[in-house]
Design a protein around this ligand. Sequence first.
Ligand code: XCC
Ligand code: SF4
Length: 671
Amino acid sequence: MAKRKRSYEEQSSDPAAQEMLIRADELGLTTAFSRADDMVPCNIGAAGMCCKICGMGPCRLTKDGQTGVCGATIDTIQARNLIRAIAAGAAAHSDHGRDMAFTLKAVANGEAEGYMIRDVAKLRNVASLYGIPIDKRSPSEIANDLADLYIAQFGQQKGSVAPIIRAPEKRKKLWEEQGVIPRGIDREVVEALHRTHIGDDQDPEHILHHAVRTSLSDGWGGSLIATDISDILFGTPAPIVGQANLGVLKDDMVNVVVHGHEPTLSEMIVAASQDPEIIEYAREAGAKGVNLSGICCTANEILMRQGIPAAGNFLHQELAILTGAVEAMVVDVQCIMQALVKLADNFHTQVITTSPKVKIKGAVHIQFDEHQALTVAKQILRTAIDNYKNRGKTHIPQVREDLVPGFSHEYLNYMLGGTYRASFRPLNDAIMSGRIRGVAAIVGCNNPRSTQDYLHTHVTQELLKQDVLVVETGCGAIASAKLGLLLGEAGLDQVGAGLRQVCETVGIPPVLHMGSCVDNSRILTVLTQMVEEGGLGDDIDQIPAVGLAPEWMSEKALSIGTYCMASGAYVIFGGSSPISGMPDRVADSDLVLRYISEGWEKLYGGKMEFIADVDEMIRRTLAHIDQKRADLGLPEYDPERFEVSGDGRMQELEQLPLAERRAALYGTPAD
Ligand code: XCC
Ligand code: SF4
């Protein structure tokens, strides 16, 4: 065996992952962790200094004053690279939103087997935002109109995409002045590609202006549409008990792991797995039943709505297969490693692709169709059950944690204000008084180039000590879940005293799991409602809040960061910067980097930065929050002001053993 370049602890901070990486070595198999160690990134490409958009190149710019064959300068090349990544990310989220809209249309017309409209109240609320009549109309009629409106947003050519009306007034005016309101979702993505074709837009600031517009078509367009419709069809999340990590796989059951992003298929697999006919089929095969779990954002979707456990985040996909206990890994779109298929060859696991958009050579393809969703879901489960007999030796790490996800903005609103007075007032008050210093959204991927989960959880833990309320989505949320940070009582003693008081009073964990990556749109809604509630300024850029993607890797993360910036947030990316340049070798190679920070801040009040050092990330987050507090004239944050809470009930609970404490707080935890 080749000498290890990093220790297991350097590759992942998750003990379950470390155990499986040892297993991979024993079996002589590679993973993204080991391949990252073996694959040195191209330093010119990594710095964003390579252009390959035409056949006269690729052009690598490594000297002062050098240009590409066409004359393109380094900043133009970097801006083009960045906008192309943002466009791809926006396209991925928005295409997901489009498919949700088609599903809603099919459900409204009785053409989608197995689905129903679960949240009629949300349907009515959302429809009335757009002036769709709701009085004396059936849910199907309303849903049909909403589906038509949403489908139209993708191909719309002029005007502004409809969900934009949900942003704060001042922000909308600013976007109008800047000319960045998206006209149609597809139009902005296509224009980004057009503008970056050889011989088109050459002015980096002008290119990046359109990057903002493109990203807004994601955050206030496709992603928001995806979240709305998921809630309408599958229910708006509310707190529920779940579990996370590879220990959720079971030795005596047929393990089916759903991996990817769209809830349309995974929700149907959940339904099918509870069908008596399927359970019986599994028993006949000698298993106790079907055990479903998720990876990546599909995991988040079914975790926060159905309490289905999460087997892990992005870097757990190969590790799940390495357990030898997975009968089928069912994938749809996004973040699916091609390596799965080759790895699965060493086990009995079947990788099943399901999307008409995604096929992998060597995988079984069972195409999903929302018109026959339940039938397809059952077919997939039968395939998995048939495979149970082929299972060999298994190795499941006995590591899992409980968590309580499901903090939609609707639920937060209700929880903070109660049924009769639903409002964000208590949250705003807590920030204004300084009990809560500010809010951080910690989101995004895993990246094998850093230590898995470490950046997410370290930043989270440090900010909690500093009384910063943390909201999370995506793979970041699963990282915290695995560490037990998404359970209120576990570790409240590690939380600042003021924040702790709020958590105890309201009964929330200090880290709120708000869903999948398209659900970052929920964070935009929360910020907007905080503005509307009053006391924290009249636009998002005045709120003491920061967005962080410490372990980002996907292009979607860049789109998310850009629309959050354009909405007024300070956004920090960890790890590497795709446009870092090499200012020590090429003096002008950091122009774009400076522009998306200082330049964008002047225009939008938000800024985007790439910061590799984790302590610097935390320092700048706190400095930004404190500056925003000062600008609002709020009292300076004082860690001593709210001494440790004497909440009697909490002290009683603390005397109980952990399992009983959890049961008292959250009801009986799932086994
Ligand atoms: Fe993918 Fe959404 Fe990133 Fe995780 S966080 S690696 S994008 S699954 Ni979205
Ligand atoms: Fe080179 Fe210009 Fe072609 Fe890019 S567009 S590859 S810089 S010639």
